[in-house]
Write a protein that binds this ligand. Sequence first.
Ligand SMILES: NC(=O)c1ccc[n+]([C@@H]2O[C@H](COP(=O)([O-])OP(=O)(O)OC[C@H]3O[C@@H](n4cnc5c(N)ncnc54)[C@H](O)[C@@H]3O)[C@@H](O)[C@H]2O)c1
Length: 439
Amino acid sequence: MGGPARALIDRIRSRQAKLAVIGMGYVGLPLACEFARAGFTVHGIDVDASKVKGLAGGRSHVQDVSEEQLRPLIQKELLRPTADFSVLGGCDAAIICVPTPLRKTRDPDISYIVAAVEAIARFLHPGLLVVLESTTYPGTTEEVILPKLGATGLKVGLDFFLAFSPERVDPGNPRFHTRNTPKILGGVTENCGRVALELYGQSIDRVIPVSSTRAAEMVKLLENTFRSVNIGLVNEVALMCDRLGLNVWEVIDAAATKPFGFMPFYPGPGLGGHCIPIDPHYLSWKLKTLNYTARFIELASEINGQMPHYVVDKVVDALNDMRKSVRGARILILGVAYKKDVGDVRESPALDVLKLLADRGAETRYNDPHAPEIAIDGGETYHSVPLVQEELQSADLVIIVTNHSTYDYDFIVRHARCVLDTRNATRNVAAGRGRIRKL
Ligand SMILES: NC(=O)c1ccc[n+]([C@@H]2O[C@H](COP(=O)([O-])OP(=O)(O)OC[C@H]3O[C@@H](n4cnc5c(N)ncnc54)[C@H](O)[C@@H]3O)[C@@H](O)[C@H]2O)c1
């Protein structure tokens, strides 16, 4: 192993290495905190000045990082929030955690990665390790990042090091967090893999090296495509059970008693969050460039994307049975976050359900203890209403879209005229026939 790699490993082991995490969001902030807790000085770089200011003042905007955890790291200057990329000049590693959304055409938008890499390239120096953590299509690290860093004249694997390590964090998960979620890692060269392994090994319990950055990129897309396709399958099973007059929840629970060869997934109002609805399209886009159609991905996306419409069909049926139309009906949506116990509403199917009902003339309101305010496509802003008896009683229909743990489902069913439960959240609630309708 050559000089810069050896020197970098020594600096990592002695905690002299200074790190930069670029992007202080759901992924970057917990990761930066983990490295800071392990004793490294970490610059938390973000282009959003309000986030930087908040963090510098000890305020966390990410649910998984409490202010009790954050404040000592800020006070000891182990975590240093900044919008100034010039700190990269004095860093030994730069870890990129910026967003990777889709364009309106459903093509990957890697402009945030490109911007971050261009900033790094300006301060690239011998001995710097660069790691991409953002989810992206196989090939991004070597086809997009490497040429930009290589154009500085420095040599990968000799002067600087480049690796990909996908973030697998599951926001809100009380058991698995950054440190105890095994981490996949692939380097461009053997040296790149070795120094990156050394760094992550200091603050992550288990790091699993793979043979290349492409393999590491593909691992993440396999994981999220697996979820998207299985959720698509079970959503279709829900549609089939509806036609067959069967209770899909009963069928899944019974199937899940099989001790091998079956893993339960559950239907719902549609996919949400920054990962599952988006990441598989990165893979399918890349395959299109190779003249291959990723059929499972497209089919799952089609079925999952239709689920908010299916929920609206169920609303129409429920109101019809009450001799009411959607227009003018008062509808209360419970839970707008994309999954339970978090406040993240990105890509949440609740936003689609709200919009579809509002477009049909319903008087829609919502409650979500984790999301006090939301903006719907088209600009309208909604505020969470208090979940009190009068609110439930005055709604023609209450829809449980997100099954937050803090909801008192007995209370909800007791006071609502009719509940449409898209998550089987009321499974243990006894109710008069017809009061609870399921997906
Ligand atoms: N949220 C999750 O659950 C999750 C899980 C695993 C992987 N990921 C992946 O991790 C990546 C980041 O996702 P996230 O949820 O943390 O996003 P996020 O939107 O919460 O955070 C990204 C941050 O990057 C900042 N940013 C944007 N461009 C920047 C730039 N050029 N320089 C510096 N900062 C910049 C934004 O201001 C924002 O604070 C994505 O690729 C995502 O797919 C997310």
